[in-house]
Design a protein around this ligand. Structure first.
Ligand SMILES: [Fe+2]
Ligand SMILES: [Fe+2]
Length: 472
């Protein structure tokens, strides 16, 4: 593992031992950098940022902190350590040795899975590219850039798999990953939530809380894959992903804390009087990003999900927690919506794997919401946040095309149109939140008025540490 930093592309996959692959990736590298300069964080490419860089997968190697200019970030290819004699842990091939290469019959499906995951990584960088100009503090600015460079590394992780295992098709897909653009009419990113604009910091925190958390669950499911290189890649990505969700959950929590303080200080119980974000508006942003993120799990009843599981390509999060790894017997009880009424349906378990994964996600989200509510309770306020029903504001799956309120009650289109401004951020809400973030705060240790400071800095540094050098 020594001297990784001498290599053009840091890696623990013995790139030097595969000249053809090394050359292909070295050809892709300048295209990646060009994409990064065009679509990465706007206006900060020349600044020193106090970043964490993965230099190896060992405990002391993956979190190396120093100042670095983002275009000089050492994007590398790292797989978690191999598990000796690893066996496939679920599905029809359960108990057989994990695949070190792509089984021919699963080639197209695997490529699709890897491309779909890979596409989300550059997408989020594109969505967040202008936020630096409105940051609430240098601490937050640094966290944004940390998330951005790591999403860039996750793209590298997927591109490595495409180049290494999928030949010419893989190389073409790797180019396409740099060609699509978030929100673009003609060449959008693959998944819906990754084409939504992120134009303010409340949206950024909600995105990293809810949408990166979908990422966590997708990665957990792929970390079970019978295709061992995918399992090892995603296992290492999860270590980085944890920080992204910290940024989101803690970011929202700091907004909530500040909103609670300002609510109490204000004359009429409205923190907007004092330049804060009112709690009902925070709830609307929560409703939006949570529902968009629920869509990312796919349909509740899915033959694709069944075949991913059956073929051993994609398992459940923490598959070892489950008793039956074949899942040919059980059913999953579901309330489906047909002809304007709910109907009970027992769905064969394999076909319900998206919903099983979504269950773990909902539980994980609820834990974060509970922590936010604890802040409100400690502040002595009666307001509480709630996750909306899974039926609310869905664009994928069995509830898409129908209208429901946040409690999950069906609504007419007319009623929906009348009330949706109560549940989702209105144009006025968005304009208000943006108006609070018209200017960035670059003074070390200072914090915008609408958000509380974090309890501690990054890497043991104080809060007034210069996390990003903004002075020339
Ligand atoms: Fe990622
Ligand atoms: Fe992430």
């Amino acid at each position: 593992m020594a001297h990784l930093s001498d290599e053009k592309i840091p890696n623990n996959v013995d790139l030097a031992g595969d000249k053809k692959l090394q050359r292909a990736l070295e050809q892709w590298q300048p295209n990646f950098l060009q994409w990064w300069m065009e679509m990465g964080p706007e206006g900060f490419q020349g600044n020193d940022v106090y970043l964490r860089t993965a230099v190896s997968v060992e405990a002391d190697g993956w979190a190396h902190f120093d100042y670095v200019k983002m275009p000089d970030y050492r994007w590398g290819i790292f797989l978690a350590e191999a598990v000796q004699d690893r066996k496939i842990g679920f599905g029809d091939a359960m108990g057989q040795p994990a695949w070190l290469d792509v089984p021919g019959e699963h080639r197209n499906t695997l490529r699709r899975l890897i491309v779909t995951q890979g596409d989300t990584e550059p997408a989020s960088v594109e969505q967040q590219r202008r936020l630096g100009h409105t940051c609430p503090s240098l601490y937050d600015l640094r966290n944004l850039f940390q998330v951005n460079v790591e999403e860039g590394r996750h793209l590298w992780a997927m591109v490595y798999l495409l180049h290494r295992f999928f030949g010419r098709d893989g190389r073409e897909e790797a180019e396409e990953l740099l060609g699509r653009r978030s929100g673009d009419q003609d060449r959008p990113r693959i998944l819906g939530a990754f084409n939504e604009p992120i134009e303010d910091w409340l949206s950024f925190y909600m995105f990293t809380m809810f949408t990166d958390r979908d990422g966590k669950f997708q990665l957990l499911a792929l970390a079970e894959s019978g295709f061992d290189p995918l399992a090892r890649t995603t296992r290492f990505m999860l270590t980085e992903e944890a920080h992204h969700m910290f940024v989101g959950e803690a970011g929202v929590q700091r907004v909530v804390q500040r909103s609670a303080e300002l609510t109490k200080q204000s004359k009429n119980g409205d923190p907007r009087e004092l330049g804060g974000i009112d709690l009902p508006t925070v709830q609307k942003y929560l409703n939006l990003w949570y529902s968009l993120s629920l869509d990312l799990f796919g349909s509740e009843i899915s033959t694709n999900a069944a075949s991913f599981f059956g073929t051993g390509l994609k398992g459940r999060a923490k598959e070892e927690k489950f008793e039956d790894h074949v899942a040919l017997q059980g059913t999953y009880p579901m309330e489906v919506f047909e002809g304007g009424a709910f109907k009970h349906q027992d769905v064969p378990l394999r076909s319900a794997m998206n919903e099983v994964l979504r269950d773990g996600y909902v539980e994980d989200c609820q834990r974060g919401v509970d922590r936010w509510n604890k802040v409100l309770a400690e502040a002595g306020l009666g307001f509480r946040f709630a996750l909306p029903s899974r039926r609310f504001h869905r664009h994928q799956g069995i509830f898409a095309g129908h209208r429901f309120d946040p409690e999950g009650n069906p609504l007419t289109q007319e009623a929906w149109e009348k009330r949706q401004g109560d549940w989702l951020p209105s144009a006025a809400d968005r304009a208000y939140v943006k108006s609070l973030q018209a200017r960035p705060l670059y003074t070390p240790g200072q914090m915008a008025n609408w958000i509380a400071p974090p309890p501690r800095g990054i890497d043991g540094k104080p809060l007034d540490f210069v996390y990003v050098r903004t002075e020339p």
